[in-house]
Write a protein that binds this ligand. Structure first.
Ligand SMILES: *Cc1c(COP(=O)(O)O)cnc(C)c1O
Length: 506
């Protein structure tokens, strides 16, 4: 079901009687002929009355809550535990020491923990305060545009320094590395969000940071690279000739556009051969999902402040971290019987790991250097079509999300990119925020749900993960606005070939 492109009408073409009031200190609109009188409507030159009310982060603001002090680990509440990761050579369950060349001990511990709650270190909380708590916003103008009885809320993570939810995990990852004496961290980045988040976090903890950015994006998105460099990181296009993995790809395809899988291989290789260097991953792994639950923990309290319980929770999934971050604490509440929301992941039609991938053990990277993880995968050497879905172009899905999906606690759909951008335009022109390409998938799915509510008359409460802004993704908006975007259907042929290389694990 494609949504129509609804845009807000000019409210002034009908006769309206709008009154805006203004009390308290008033700054900023000085050049309007405005009389400042406390509690008195002031006249503006266009004849409207204005009374603005200062809203601070006070108890009047329903979105304001204390920053949660603990992350939540869903594994503790699952009666069937997820299958363990396997060693890439022996196919035996990995032991903590197998990972110690890649990650600091505390993160290895968090990766395997069965504890329900993990304390957030004070130092991390201090930094979270730069942008947390993040707002929960009711999208009233979008509701009005869609003429839906549904109430739409979005949890907005775009106010972080890097512009997305990724600093929620970049900061603790940098913190634990620095604390354990690591000097350098290396990583990959696709759209550039993760690289910039880790560059930002590394700068706060005095770590050197080196990033392999998927070549395609390196060349198309110079501003993300410049952000990373501004925060002090070194950035290489991937595939590069700095690693064995990169050189091998370049030999077979000198103009390879790169992929996340290839960039991961490069960063992992560099971490493995340098004693003082560790690797960081921005999604997929348990400890990343764990750190992101700060989103859902905050949101549970905020929904309570609004007096609402979600009926549907919607988020986009690349590796799954923003989706898990919002939804896992709600799944806990669901398991406790406190609420019963439908939990819906949305992925691009051209990279549909949950909806069309197989659930099997596969590598996290192209070269096969990472542990094998049981997950929904399109095959570790899958190279997605050049769609404008930012970070939603990874071949796999978080093992924990894959497991939760297999257990039937959530559902998944895929949406083609033109419908996503139509939704993004409607969102931008009603709610003001220009979404990153990734959450346009969540927006399109939210609009589908809201329009269904319009048909059935149901006043559902829809909660959506709005995980980042799109200020550095305007090229994709340019393509959409020029009518140059096309819907690439999922290449069955290519996937079959790619899936044939998923390792056979008995
Ligand atoms: C990285 C990123 C994603 C995809 O990663 P997940 O782990 O699935 O969240 C989605 N949205 C934004 C804004 C991102 O930066």
């Amino acid at each position: 079901m494609a949504s129509q492109l609804l845009l807000p009408p000019n409210p002034f073409t009908k006769s309206v009687s709008a009154k805006v009031f203004f009390t308290g200190d008033y700054q900023g609109l000085n050049d309007l002929t405005l009389k400042k009188r406390s509690n008195q409507p002031a006249k503006v030159s266009n004849g409207f009355s204005i009374r603005a009310k200062a809203t601070s982060r006070s108890t009047h603001n329903k979105s304001f809550v204390e920053i949660p002090k603990q992350w939540y680990n869903l594994v503790a509440d699952l009666s069937v535990k997820p299958p363990p990761p396997l060693h890439p050579k022996t196919f035996e369950p990995i032991k903590p020491e197998d990972l110690s060349h890649l990650f600091p001990n505390e993160l290895i511990k968090q990766e395997a923990t069965q504890e329900r709650f993990i304390d957030i270190p004070e130092e991390v909380l201090e930094i979270y305060k730069l942008w947390r708590p993040t707002p929960l916003i009711r999208a009233k103008r979008l509701e009005k545009l869609l003429q839906t009885p549904a109430r739409i809320y979005f949890k907005y993570e775009g106010g972080s320094p890097a512009g997305s939810h990724k600093p929620n995990t970049a900061v603790p990852q940098a913190y634990y590395n620095a604390k354990e004496g690591v000097k350098n961290v290396v990583t990959e980045t696709g759209a550039g969000q993760w690289g910039s988040s880790l560059a930002f976090a590394s700068s706060l903890f005095g770590l050197d940071c080196e990033v392999w950015q998927v070549a395609n994006s390196y060349h198309q998105k110079p501003y993300r690279r410049l952000m990373m460099q501004t925060w002090g990181a070194k950035v290489h296009p991937s595939p590069s000739d700095l690693t064995e993995a990169g050189r091998r790809i370049l030999e077979s395809d000198p103009s390879s556009p790169g992929s996340l899988g290839i960039a991961i291989s490069e960063a992992v290789e560099v971490a493995a051969r340098n004693e003082d260097t560790k690797y960081c991953l921005g999604s997929v792994l348990n400890h990343v999902l764990l750190h992101q639950t700060i989103i859902g923990e905050e949101c549970i309290q905020q929904m309570e402040n609004f007096g609402e319980t979600p009926d549907v929770i919607i988020g986009c999934t690349g590796g799954g971290s923003n989706f898990a971050g919002l939804s896992f604490p709600f799944i806990r509440e669901k398991l406790k019987g406190k609420m019963n929301p439908v939990i819906r992941a949305v992925e691009p039609s051209a990279c549909p790991s949950l909806t069309k991938g197989v659930y099997a053990y596969d590598f996290g990277d192209t070269a096969g250097l990472t542990p094998l993880m049981k997950m929904h995968t399109l095959g570790h050497d899958f190279i997605p079509d050049p769609i404008h879905a930012g970070g939603l172009r990874y071949h796999g899905m978080a093992p924990l999300i894959s497991h939760v999906y297999e257990q039937g606690f959530m559902e998944a759909i895929s949406i083609p990119q033109i419908e996503c951008f139509q939704g993004a335009i409607q969102f931008a022109r009603t709610e003001g925020i220009i979404p990153a390409p990734e959450p346009t998938h969540a927006i399109a799915a939210t609009i589908r749900e809201a329009l269904r509510c319009k048909e059935t008359g149901e006043a559902k409460v829809i909660l959506m993960a709005m995980c980042g802004h799109g200020h550095f993704d305007l090229t994709s908006y340019d393509k959409y606005l020029r009518g140059e975007l096309i819907d690439l259907s999922f290449g069955e042929e290519k996937i079959r070939e790619s899936l044939s290389k998923v390792p056979h694990v008995v």
